[in-house]
Design a protein around this ligand. Structure first.
Ligand code: PGA
Length: 236
């Protein structure tokens, strides 16, 4: 049985109260999911929620790991508003980097992403690196060969921007196409873990996970509803 990574990317959603309601709703998850030991379930809320979620997860012994959605490309210092890798290192095991929304709305570029990965690896946080297409992957490899070379310490996500739900027209990639694309990424980088992202829900998750090259999913919209998220994990 292959180990699956199921990541909830809450994006800019949920207040502290809403996050606690979500957790309460899902707190009996251990009894609902078979073979949960083969599922790494990672919650990526906003920074404001991380300490509360961490306490809740520990106190209720929930089978969740935490991830951040972003990190500063700088170390500590005079960078108003930035949250550093060192600051989150006691809170999270994972951190998303290179998401197409950060590139689109915050002008992040390949060099920024490489700097972030360097810092995350230094603080033993596993980067969840989103890749939109092969040319972007090639650019990362050219700019940060040694960093991308530490591929066993990175989770890769193939996430075509057009497949991401919300805002305009979107359409998930077919599981077969995603599998082919994930295979091409593996050909370039080696034996790595690749997840698929973009409009994953409880109806389509099984068709992605049955693909040989896909080892998990980055789930946005559908992770906001705890019942739907449980269904995704069940069907995985
Ligand atoms: P979506 O988002 O599942 O809402 O399409 C995925 C992501 O961008 O992480």
């Amino acid at each position: 049985m292959k180990k699956l990574f199921i990541i909830a990317n809450w994006k800019s959603n949920k207040t502290i109260n809403e996050a606690e309601e979500w957790l309460e709703e899902i707190s009996n998850i251990k009894y609902q999911i078979s073979h949960i030991e083969y599922k790494e379930i990672i919650l990526c809320p906003s920074f404001t929620l991380l300490p509360n979620l961490k306490s809740y997860i520990v106190n209720h012994k929930l089978p969740f790991k935490l991830g951040a959605q972003n990190v500063s490309k700088f170390r500590e210092g005079a960078y108003t508003g930035e949250v550093t890798a060192q600051m989150i290192s006691g809170l999270v095991k994972y951190c998303i980097v290179g998401h197409s929304e950060r590139r689109k709305y915050f002008n992040e570029n390949d060099d920024d992403v490489i700097e972030k990965i360097k810092l995350l690896l230094e603080y033993k946080i596993m980067p969840i690196l989103c890749i939109s297409d092969l040319s972007q992957l090639d650019s990362y490899v050219n700019r940060g060969r040694q960093i991308i070379g530490r591929s066993e310490e990175i989770l890769f996500v193939y996430e075509p921007p057009d497949a991401i739900s919300g805002g305009g027209e979107y359409k998930p990639d077919s599981p077969e196409d995603s599998n082919l694309y994930a295979g091409k990424i593996k050909e370039r980088i080696g034996e790595i873990k690749i997840l698929y992202g973009g409009s994953v829900n409880s109806d389509n998750v099984a068709s992605f996970f049955s693909q040989p090259n896909i080892e998990g999913a980055l789930v946005g919209q559908a992770s906001l509803d705890p019942r739907e998220f449980v269904e995704i994990i069940k069907n995985a």
